[in-house]
Design a protein around this ligand. Structure first.
Ligand code: FE2
Length: 362
């Protein structure tokens, strides 16, 4: 059995299953600076779902909602609430990839099939990842349309907030399952382990987690996988697993080239971020040294800073974007550093725990 990397070309899109895609599209436009580029639904011949394609930089988010309770996605939504359904990869040849993945023990969600409209053909298959999260494999073949067959161009432009690409996508899995999923990504997709953090790195007085970062050598996307660890109180990962009713995507990190601008406009638009105590900044500049950005502006916006051998990074985390404490977003600017802000874990998790306590879940 080969674990040679499969040449995944990158993330084609991330699809979210939501309760009301029309309203979610408005939120992602007004609060996050996405433009709507395409739509699929009854008006385009899709009977059971409505989907809106949101674009900013190279990022494509698809917001889909079931139109009837009979649709299987209706049951999934009842169970999990709004959540990530699919992280779709572009590949050269779906059939070849699908066969390789199945030979390596990948779990089949849907055999290869054609999607076609007047603008050409796309080939697609679906593989299961943790929980019922999917990895679609998509080859664009001769397709020239705006997004995928079945979608019509329906453009609602918004001013861009400076978000350019997906940096990493983090999954939460059950206690004791992290290594199974690390092994799955290694064996099935030929990913490598990039970094690992144990509960000594990521623990506070109360709660703990373990994390390993899987990286696709070809797609340049990283997939950290977290599991809860024993602590004095309930791990934030456990709170997620209970709220989402199982494993799933915890956060999607979006890259910006100018975090001061991006976070300023996100805040003006009403996006809520985790609050960091001002004591965080008392020692930070000694630890990370000089950066190119204005330190006072960084502090005013509650942006976190970390440095490693290769450079530094700036990052900030939204509060969950649903009422259940499940999916949230990270905004990240990389200035040389390719890591994940290990130096910020403690302050970050203490901030999450203050919110967990307010929900009565700590
Ligand atoms: Fe992250």
């Amino acid at each position: 059995m080969s674990s040679e990397p499969l040449p995944l070309q990158g993330v084609h899109h991330v699809e979210l299953l939501v309760g009301n895609a029309k309203q979610a599209a408005y939120y992602y436009r007004k609060a996050f600076g996405f433009s709507q580029i395409a739509y699929a639904g009854p008006e385009t011949g899709v009977r059971d779902q409505a989907s809106y394609v949101m674009a900013q930089g190279k990022i494509r988010l698809v917001l889909s909602t079931p139109l009837t309770p009979e649709d299987p996605m209706g049951e999934r939504h009842r169970l999990r609430g709004d959540s990530v359904l699919d992280i779709a990869f572009v590949v050269d040849d779906v059939d070849q990839h699908f066969k390789a993945i199945v030979d390596r023990g990948g779990a089949v969600a849907r055999e290869p099939y054609d999607m076609a409209d007047s603008q050409g053909r796309v080939r697609r298959a679906k593989i299961y990842a943790y929980g019922d999260t999917l990895h679609s494999l998509i080859s664009m073949d001769d397709y020239t349309g705006a997004f995928l067959p079945g979608y019509k161009i329906q453009r609602v432009a918004e001013p861009d907030f400076g978000l350019v690409s997906v940096d990493h996508i983090v999954g939460n899995v059950e206690d004791g399952k992290m290594n199974e999923w690390v092994d799955y990504y290694e064996r099935v997709f030929g990913f490598n382990q990039f970094l690992s953090f144990d509960d000594k790195d990521i623990s506070t007085e109360y709660s703990a987690l373990r994390s390993k970062v899987m990286a696709s050598p070809t797609a340049k996307v990283k997939f950290p996988i977290n599991e809860p660890a024993e602590g004095r109180r309930k791990s934030q990962i456990q709170e997620y697993l209970e709220s989402h009713r199982g494993p799933g995507v915890q956060h999607v990190a979006l890259q910006t080239g100018d975090i001061l601008h991006t976070v300023s406009v996100l805040r003006q638009a009403g996006v809520e971020f985790l609050k960091i105590p001002s004591s965080y900044y008392e020692s930070i500049w000694n630890r990370v040294g000089d950066i190119n950005e204005d330190c006072q502006a960084i502090e005013n916006l509650d942006i976190l800073v970390d440095r490693d051998e290769e450079g530094y990074l700036l990052q900030i985390f939204t509060r969950p974007v649903e009422d259940r404490p499940t999916l949230f977003y990270e905004i990240i600017q990389r200035c040389g550093s390719q890591s994940f802000g290990k130096g910020n874990f403690k302050s970050l998790f203490e901030a999450i725990e203050r919110e967990q306590a307010a929900r009565g879940n700590l």
